[in-house]
Design a protein around this ligand. Structure first.
Ligand code: IPM
Ligand code: MG
Length: 363
């Protein structure tokens, strides 16, 4: 198997964690006789500085010409005063739109090794395994009109969905639920928003084609609470763009750290892979970043773009094993630090590489 991957490492901790993800991917590919063609391009704040735009034309062209794009993170405090369409984040949103993937899969699972790191009691999170399916190309993120009028002191965004946009992402969510525990919870605010009423009615319509999947609906405010009270009750959680952004960060509490969470965006021309954490400028360049979210994102590249299920599972297994052995990055060692071996970003990456190699060689 041959995969052409564009790496857009971006800002802050993006390059550090992406380096580790790439190194793990290379190790796994070479062991299996697969080849990876890697190209690197700028996106986000670094691209604003060097190219004057968060999404340079050559980055976009290379992305469209690849089999998969692996992104680190974008953003930085020095860009905070810029308008949304000039910021590093605009580069990522432009890339998402151009690649066309509308279904952003965000698995969030509790690992028993990390339970001590969660503020939730172990008996609440134990066994929690949720797959968020976040619609990624609609809603308030992309809706027009949008404006901040500084003279009048008025600002607005438009939360907008078409029925077809809901149908296509709902189908992805139902199909994934069929392969899991056959439960789907659709999140909306249908007691207040018309766009959510369309969302709910459309999801109910689509559900008719998936009679084996049990469908429930939750308002987003209630869901924010249920996720913390009873995360084990959920299997696939379907949300619009903004609600999914918020709830998926909240699910970092279930895993023990936001630094653990990967994502894959499918359904478009080229799949886009990104850990869900941000650029964390405060810890950038210090070797403190947790590369496991990026490494698990690499596993999703192999699963969804390479069709290499065994290799993807091996990376996921290696991450679990390394945690079982007591290795941690600082974000995972906030409680009981004395019981753990705290590693830097590169040391953690090397540990996963070594472990996945042993697993694949002995498989
Ligand atoms: C995420 C991030 C992005 C988003 C930002 C960086 C634009 O928060 O992937 O969750 O809001 O989608
Ligand atoms: Mg987010």
């Amino acid at each position: 198997m041959h995969l052409k991957i564009l790496v857009t490492a971006g800002d802050g901790i993006g390059p550090e964690v992406t380096n580790e993800a790439v190194a793990v991917l290379q190790e796994v590919a070479s062991l299996g006789g697969h080849t990876l063609a890697l190209d690197h391009k700028r996106i986000g704040g670094i691209a604003i500085v060097t190219d004057g735009t968060p999404l340079p034309a050559d980055t976009l062209a290379a992305a469209l010409d690849s089999d998969a794009v692996l992104l680190g993170a974008v953003g930085g405090n020095e860009f905070n005063s810029l308008a949304p369409d000039k910021r590093p984040e605009a580069g990522l949103l432009g890339l998402r739109a151009a690649l066309g993937g509308f279904a952003n899969l965000r698995p969030a699972f509790a690992l028993k090794e990390l339970a001590v790191n969660s503020p939730l009691r172990p008996e609440i999170i134990d066994g929690a395994d949720i797959l968020f399916v976040r619609e990624l190309l609609g809603g308030a993120y992309f809706g027009k009109p949008r404006e901040w009028n500084k003279e009048t002191g008025l600002a607005f965004n438009t939360m907008i969905y078409t029925r077809d946009e809901v149908i296509r992402v709902a189908r992805v969510a139902f199909q994934l639920a069929q392969k899991r525990r056959k439960k789907l919870c659709s999140v909306d605010k249908a007691n207040v928003l018309e766009v959510s009423q369309l969302w709910r009615a459309t999801v109910i319509e689509v559900a008719a084609d998936y009679p084996d999947v049990a469908l429930e609906h939750q308002y987003v405010d209630a869901m924010a609470m249920h996720l913390m009270n009873q995360p084990r009750s959920y299997d696939v959680v379907l949300t619009e763009n903004l609600f999914g952004d918020i709830l998926s960060d909240e699910s970092g509490v279930i895993t023990g750290s936001l630094g653990m969470l990967p994502s894959a965006t499918i359904g478009g021309k080229v799949n886009l892979y990104e850990p869900i954490h941000g650029s964390a400028p405060d810890i950038a360049g210090k070797g403190l970043a947790n590369p496991l979210g990026a490494i698990l994102t690499g596993a999703l590249v192999l699963r969804h773009s390479g069709g290499l299920e065994a290799e993807a599972a091996a990376i996921e297994g290696a991450v679990r094993k390394v945690l079982e052995q007591g290795f941690r990055t600082p974000d995972l060692a906030r409680s009981n630090p004395q019981g753990f071996t705290v590693l830097t970003t590169t040391e953690m990456g090397a540990k996963v590489r070594e472990t996945v190699k042993t697993m694949l060689v002995n498989a």
